[in-house]
Design a protein around this ligand. Structure first.
Ligand code: ATP
Ligand code: MG
Length: 425
């Protein structure tokens, strides 16, 4: 049964790019509706990440109309009915109403339909199965179409499968992880019992998903406002053991999220700092996680840096040691390491809060002066070109760092001369 609800028109709905696509799709009485995440977020008054549209027009007709309107159409998944419409810098996915006739793991044989309810029924969660008719020009409100009680679920923080959770996860096991991700972002306790039961029963099939899929779901879950209780739930339900057995330090993750909030420390490259905080492993273990989840090289380096720092960062550090660490690892890495180390301390005892705060300020603002010598300074002192030049400079630089960067050019030159004069120099 369909329920209709009026919600205020969101500003993105009337953006010129959206209007252009909607009018191309609805010309001559055809219908198009916003669908999925953008409607869910509109009902909550949150900003949508990306905008998806559904229509009963077949994909070829979508391409034709979009091109006729002077927009660019990319047949991204045209067999499944999905066309990407590019309009300037914006792009939207337009998908033909369909039902999954037969599913094989992550793939499905589909049939197109004219029935909005059938399309809603193939979607994963009731809160993701909402449509919204684009407002007519000047309308302050628009209509949400809800076939499975998604609006009530959304308001109550219930993440619920459309239909039987076991069947829906059997059709596509990624939904098992999506359940926990959407619960982390939109749910409130208690989690849906039938969904949990199905998750427990089918978790052993998760390793059949690609590492990349698992990784992207976990990172997106970790980006939720409060991911630690959900990770703990996944551990208790025996789900985490099949995707991320190394995740054990939920207290450190919870403390990190708290500290991030206090410090306004937005999470950097996609949840990696949080992933590092929840892992109880060493450098080799972190490398293995990065490999398994197909993280980028940058993400891998960031992960290893916080899981197994090259230099331990602590509030007991003398300024000199902190400065040489910043010089060696860079401001960004020291800050990441400090946040996770602070969280580790807070998770088990009362942390030196003020000292950590000062350390973070230093990690952010302190920059080493430029090392005042160049290779030509050694050449000018008669050192022949070759590897010896670099070795000498490195030796002077290590001395300069050790002295907390105080020595100026003259002092460094003197040190270089002294090294040259020393036996074996
Ligand atoms: P986000 O804000 O994270 O992008 P979203 O709801 O838009 O959330 P998408 O992964 O972009 O999620 O998918 C768009 C819509 O497609 C979902 O809202 C849902 O209706 C449907 N969908 C996506 N993946 C699945 C799936 N694996 N099984 C069933 N329906 C799905
Ligand atoms: Mg989306």
């Amino acid at each position: 049964m369909e329920t209709r609800l009026r919600i205020p028109t969101q500003s993105w709905m009337t953006a010129p790019e959206i209007r252009a696509v909607v009018s191309a799709l609805t010309e001559g009485g055809s219908e198009a509706r916003f669908v999925g995440g953008c409607v869910r977020d509109a009902v909550l008054g949150r900003l949508a990440k990306d905008i998806d549209l559904a229509t009963h027009l077949p994909p070829e007709a979508v391409v034709e109309r979009v091109e006729r309107a002077g927009l660019h159409a990319v047949p991204t998944g045209i067999q499944h009915g999905t066309v990407t419409v590019v309009c300037g810098r914006a792009h939207f996915e337009v998908t033909t109403l369909r039902l999954d006739v037969e599913t094989f793991g992550r793939h499905a044989r589909v049939a197109f339909t004219n029935d909005w309810a059938e399309d809603a029924a193939r979607r994963d969660f009731t809160i993701n199965a909402l449509f919204c008719s684009p407002p007519r020009s000047g309308d302050g409100e628009c209509v949400v179409h809800d076939y499975f009680g998604g609006v009530a679920d959304l308001k109550a923080g219930r993440v619920r499968f459309v239909g039987d959770p076991v069947r829906r996860i059997r059709e596509d096991r990624l939904r098992l992880l999506r359940f926990f991700r959407f619960y982390a972002h939109y749910g409130r306790p208690p989690p849906d019992a039938p969904a949990l039961k199905a998750a427990r029963a089918l978790a052993h099939e998760l390793p059949l998903l690609s590492g990349e899929r698992i990784g992207s779901e976990i990172l997106r879950l970790l980006e939720a406002p409060s991911p630690a209780p959900v990770m703990r739930l996944m551990a208790r339900q025996g789900v985490l053991a099949f995707v991320l057995p190394e995740a054990k330090d939920f207290a450190r993750l919870a403390a990190l999220v708290e500290i991030e909030r206090e410090e306004g420390a937005a999470e950097g490259p996609g949840g990696v700092r949080r992933l590092g905080a929840v892992l109880a492993t060493d450098a080799t273990g972190a490398e293995a996680v990065a490999e398994r989840l197909r993280l980028s090289n940058r993400q891998r380096d960031a992960l290893v840096a916080v899981v197994a720092p090259a230099v331990a960062v602590a509030t007991a550090m003398e300024p000199r040691a902190l400065h040489s660490t910043i010089h060696r690892l860079g401001n960004e890495t020291v800050r990441e390491v400090a946040l996770v180390a602070w969280a580790g301390e807070r998770a088990v005892a009362s942390a030196e809060e003020a000292a950590w705060r000062r350390l973070l300020v230093a990690a952010k603002t302190w920059t080493a002066p430029l090392f005042p010598l160049k290779g030509r300074d050694a050449l000018a002192l008669g050192v022949p070109p070759g590897p010896r030049v670099g070795e000498l400079l490195e030796a002077v630089e290590a001395w300069w760092v050790d002295g907390d960067f105080v020595a100026d050019r003259r002092a460094c030159l003197e040190r270089l001369r002294a090294l040259l004069a020393a036996p074996g120099g």
